[in-house]
Structures are given as C-alpha cells and as structure tokens.
Design a binder for this molecule. Sequence first.
Ligand code: FAD
Length: 391
Amino acid sequence: MSKRALVVGAGITGVATAIRLRQIGWEPVMVERAAQRRGGGYFIMLFGTGKAAAGRLGVLDAIGTRSGSGATSYTVDRDGRRSPAMMPSDLPGEPRMLLRGDIERALFSVLPADVEVRYATVPTAITQDETGAQVTLLDQATGVTRTEKFDLVVGADGMRSTVRELVFGDDLLHPLGFMIGACLLDRPLTGFGMSEGLWLNEPGRSAIAFSFADRPSSLMFTYRADDSGNPFAGTPIENLRSAFGPAATGPILGELLDRYEEAPDVLFDSVNQVRMPRWHDGRVVLAGDAAWCLTLYSGMGASTGMAGADLLGTMLARHDGDIGTALKAWETRLRPHIEEQQAQVHADRLLFIAKDDQEYAMRTQMMQMAATSGGLPGNTSFDSKNRDISG
Ligand SMILES: Cc1cc2nc3c(=O)[nH]c(=O)nc-3n(C[C@H](O)[C@H](O)[C@H](O)COP(=O)(O)OP(=O)(O)OC[C@H]3O[C@@H](n4cnc5c(N)ncnc54)[C@H](O)[C@@H]3O)c2cc1C
C-alpha cells in the first residue's frame, strides 16, 4: 500500500512536494488555507539551484522566462536623471526573471489530476506516535473538523507556518528590520517603455521597477523600519508615503507611489528570516519558507522551495520505510546550503537597499564597478545560488 502524506500549503514548495511524492509512489493530500489557488505574486528570480530542481520535477519548460534582450533598466533619482543600470538577469547563472504565478501555474500544470487538494482547510492539532501522525483538519467553509492519520506531514505553509507553531513552537521568526511593498504594473510608467525598469535608491529606502521582456514591470518598495512604533500601524500606502517623505517625491517616485495606491492587489510585509535548529520532528517536516524563509532579497525562495521538495522525495525513496533516517539524511544534505544563504542575507540585501549613508556610499561604488566591469564585487556568493542540491 502506498504511503500517505499530508502537505500543508499549496504554494510553490507544497505543490513541488506533492509532485515529487507522487513521483516516488506516495499518495500526497494537500490542504490550503485559501479558498482557492493563490496564483498571484510579483517579481521572482529562478537561479541555477531552482532550475536544476525544476528540471527534475518536469516543470522547467512550463515555467518559461520573462528575461530577454529587450528588457533594460535605469538608475534614476527624484529629479528624473537616468543612467544605465544592472539587470538582475545579468547576474551570474543568468537567473530567469519571472512572476511568482508563472512557477505556481507551471507546477499545477504537471500535478497529477487525481492528487486531492482541499481548499479552505487548515490543521489545528498534530500528534504522533510510531504508527503515524494524527492531524486534526478544520474545513473553514463548513466548520467541520476531522482527524486523519498520515505517514508523514510536510509543513509547506509559508513564513508564518501553523505546522511550525503546532509542532516546533514559536519565536522562530527573526525580523531583519526592513519592510517591503510590491505590486504589478498594468501599463508602462510615464516616459518609460514597457520593458524599461528603474532603480531609485537612497539611504534606507529604495523603489525598484523590475522589467520584463514581455509585460510591464513589477514594483518593489523597500525601506528600513523605524525602530520605534508599529510598522503596520497605517495602511500600506500611508506607510510607504511616510517612509519616502518628507522630501518632495518628484515625478517618478510620485507616480510609483500613486500606481501602488491604485493597484488592485498589493503586498506589504516585514522582512523576516526563519531560523530553526531542526526542520524535522518524528514524522513532521517543514520545508520552504516555513522552515528557512530566506527573504525576497536572497532571490532564492522559489529555488530552495523546489530544491528542498525534490531532495525530500529522493531521500524518502532512498530510505524507503525508514522515515526518520530519510528526514535526517535530507536535512544533513540541505542545511549547509540553506545556512550559507541565510548568512549572506545582508550582502544580498545591499543589492536592493542600503541601510544607512555608509552602506549607501558602498553600494553606489559597487554598482558603478558592476556597470563598468560587468561583475558584482562584495560578499554575495552566486555560486551558492546556482549549485545543484540534488541527493
Ligand atoms: C500570494 C503570494 C505572493 C508572493 N509573491 C512573492 C514575490 O513577488 N516575490 C518573492 O520573492 N516571493 C513571493 N512570495 C513568496 C514566495 O512564493 C516564497 O518565498 C517561495 O515561493 C517559497 O514558497 P513556499 O511555498 O514555501 O511558501 P508560500 O509561498 O508562502 O506558500 C505557503 C502556502 O501555504 C498556505 N498556508 C499558510 N498557512 C496555512 C495553513 N495554516 N494551512 C494551510 N495552508 C496554509 C498559504 O496560503 C500559501 O499558499 C509570495 C508568496 C505568496 C503566497
């Protein structure tokens, strides 16, 4: 009889896990808190680690790319002065420029149709013994709860994971002291072509329009959170306007903020890492943002979500019948790569935002060198972002 796994969360990690478990003959059941698929999202990169895993999962072609020679970018200031800027797709390993929804859609397109996905469903209790994990699931639409037994529970339920809270406790989320706002543009910015993006960087705050070859840009605002007060106190646009004030916005920044305000779907959140001494406990394992949230600055969330899922299947197949040994082998193989990524988060961040005047001067010099030499100096290791983490 095939083994049964509960996968909590139908994001990139969860769907990749379900695909991989099915590849090795398991029966995955997915539960997702949202009432339907969460196809949305903004700019995302896919580095070599993710491309290799996506290839094994059979989704690399379906993911496609929005990089292309037509996409360009400028460094701009509030007065509208422009100079040529780096394109993320030129970074080592030539990461693919994508929208999160491109990867989510590709994964769902190869998920076998008979994998059960229950929406509006969340776990409320998890207990385990040597025979299995008992999970109480609440159907939020009907209010009905039922307890079911699984051989394995995979918590792929994101940065604020319920599985993590139920099994591993809280206090594992580490705020980095920065905020993010993001939205998609439905039309080009005034004075810019469809595939032209921009970087407006100042000490402690940045506004970036990531350009794509085939559609208008994805906006990202990021700023250093004020230590005093609640960063979520105002509405997202109020917080952004305050973070980019009090100086006059000028035409470009003014339009960026207006476009965020009018966007139908926006992201506004704090930037956090998840750091845990152990990602598995008995028959429960965490993966993706639930286990190691690397932050948007790393550009590795989707890549490590898929790589972690792929490797999990490999280890479960290799240690067939011994889940404890499989999970241990999985974590032993994966953890050094993830910790390497976590350790370089501030070097990664510097690509997007300088925390103060001193970092700003360093970043400006770094970007000027990158523009002339074509390479990026600094502590960011792109080797680790392009390494294949297969078993
Ligand atoms: C809507 C959305 C937009 C995003 N946009 C971007 C972006 O633009 N750029 C970027 O770099 N990253 C973005 N991310 C994060 C990025 O997707 C992840 O870093 C990466 O893909 C790894 O994802 P994950 O599947 O581990 O976690 P997530 O993508 O967070 O997926 C977790 C899933 O679990 C579900 N869930 C949460 N709690 C429960 C629960 N209690 N029970 C059941 N299900 C639950 C969530 O609804 C979600 O579908 C976005 C995530 C989401 C959900």
